[in-house]
Design a binder for this molecule. Sequence first.
Ligand SMILES: C[S@@+](CC[C@H](N)C(=O)[O-])C[C@H]1O[C@@H](n2cnc3c(N)ncnc32)[C@H](O)[C@@H]1O
Ligand SMILES: Nc1c(NC[C@H](O)[C@H](O)[C@H](O)CO)[nH]c(=O)[nH]c1=O
Ligand SMILES: N[C@@H](Cc1ccc(O)cc1)C(=O)O
Ligand code: SF4
Length: 468
Amino acid sequence: MTRSSAADLDPDDLGFEHVPETDQSFENALAKARDGTRLTVDDAVELLTTGSDAPGIDRRRKEAVLEAADRRRAEVVGDEVTFVANLNNNVTTACNTGCLFCNFKDTAHQFETDHGGGHAGFTKTPAESREAVAGAVERGVYEVTSVSGLHPAFALNDEHHEILRGYDDAASAVNYKPPERYVTDPGTYVDQLDAMSVDGVHLHSMTPEEAYHARRGTDWNYEEVYSELADAGLDSAPGTAAEILVDEVRDVICPGKIDSQGWIDAMEGAMAAGLDTTATIMYGHVDNEMHRAIHLQRVRDLQDRTGGITEFVPLSFVHERTPLYEHGVVSGGASDAEDELLIAVSRLFLDNVENIQTSWVKYGDEKALKTLSCGANDFMGTILSEEITKRAGGSYGEFRSFDDYVDLVTSVGRIPVERSTDYRDRRRIDPDEGPPFGPTLGPKADGTPLLSERERAGRAGTDAAADD
Ligand SMILES: C[S@@+](CC[C@H](N)C(=O)[O-])C[C@H]1O[C@@H](n2cnc3c(N)ncnc32)[C@H](O)[C@@H]1O
Ligand SMILES: Nc1c(NC[C@H](O)[C@H](O)[C@H](O)CO)[nH]c(=O)[nH]c1=O
Ligand SMILES: N[C@@H](Cc1ccc(O)cc1)C(=O)O
Ligand code: SF4
């Protein structure tokens, strides 16, 4: 069943078929985790629940799971904690997909020329995107992550515009309105990537959902679309939009999105086009431990087939300003124990994905540091600007300097390491040599700090959103 509004949902009966019940025991699952036997979905459920036969989390059992994951992390990737010098450049917040966990988007009609009222969102032209990227590259950033709303005027290229214009009632048939209808034309996906290709910066962009948007209304396949995007400068694709890869959950939280198989098809297309990818899970809303375990299996299967996933990124649901919370469908996000167990079981279950990322944006510094001893080894990036979590009510900040990274990582006895997006280039940072520390791996990165003390203080209250 597809429902489109949070107000229509009965929180006490979401009708889920998948529930966290198994024939496995916690002890058996833990023994398998400890000796490195490949885990099943039932094993993962036992570990995530610390025993599905009893309600609540058992503290002692939880510590045993975290310890097993920490040991595995040490065996697989050692004591280095990696991070990247990157910029988030989101192109537009205009989106009609209506995901109930998301407050990043603004309904797209507000961006039209004949819309009277104001709005808090933005659309950047390709020239504006280039300016944002050029400024960051000048300062030593060498990765740009760009994820955006599915603006109805976005098309892959000029040919795609022609195809979409050919539809009768294109707005409802293919979610298309021509750029002339909008105050700001976002250009095409190819234009945006071309514009953001500044001095060899690594472009990490085009989620599976965006790739779907870039081929809607055509018979093009994902590999062709990603190949054209790669020609325009794309280097790797973020595997967001995964949310929970179980359709009964997607039907509740994102009925307008591609389904689980669609996400997998897009990821396979990206990798067939030669791109690296990342994979995510967005958990802690209406999902249960069985859903999380099935999700992990789908990601592991995909990685068995492709080998192109460089990292797994758990994104804990930020609830405060989202339709799911405002309509009482959920009463909050994941607990600390759930966050720790999710990181730990991701490490133990995904025996074919080397890097598990922890997000200081979602968890805050204290919890993110704790997760570095529950299985995580990557601490994401400087990002310099953050809108998705902030708009959902998250308050853990939107940028991180290398000095902060070195302080945080050394405070838990680990080794700070600057990395490239694909983890192939690495530089160990010697804390005794600085501060200030800055990035050195990019073409224009010379070790100069990305943010001076003064800028960091000055930016603490800045709002990056601009008017359309
Ligand atoms: C905001 S979308 C932007 C890209 C594109 N529209 C898409 O859906 O793939 C990127 C991701 O942000 C994450 N996200 C959105 N709202 C969130 C929230 N309230 N808490 C945690 N993650 C969230 C979701 O996992 C989503 O797939
Ligand atoms: N976890 C979050 C990320 N992760 C992405 C990284 O910053 C980086 O782009 C990736 O590891 C590839 O190098 N980005 C966010 O904006 N917010 C997060 O919560
Ligand atoms: N920007 C996304 C997260 C993200 C982007 C790229 C990734 O590879 C992973 C996660 C968010 O804040 O939720
Ligand atoms: S998650 Fe992405 S597709 Fe869904 S509403 Fe937000 S911006 Fe749009």
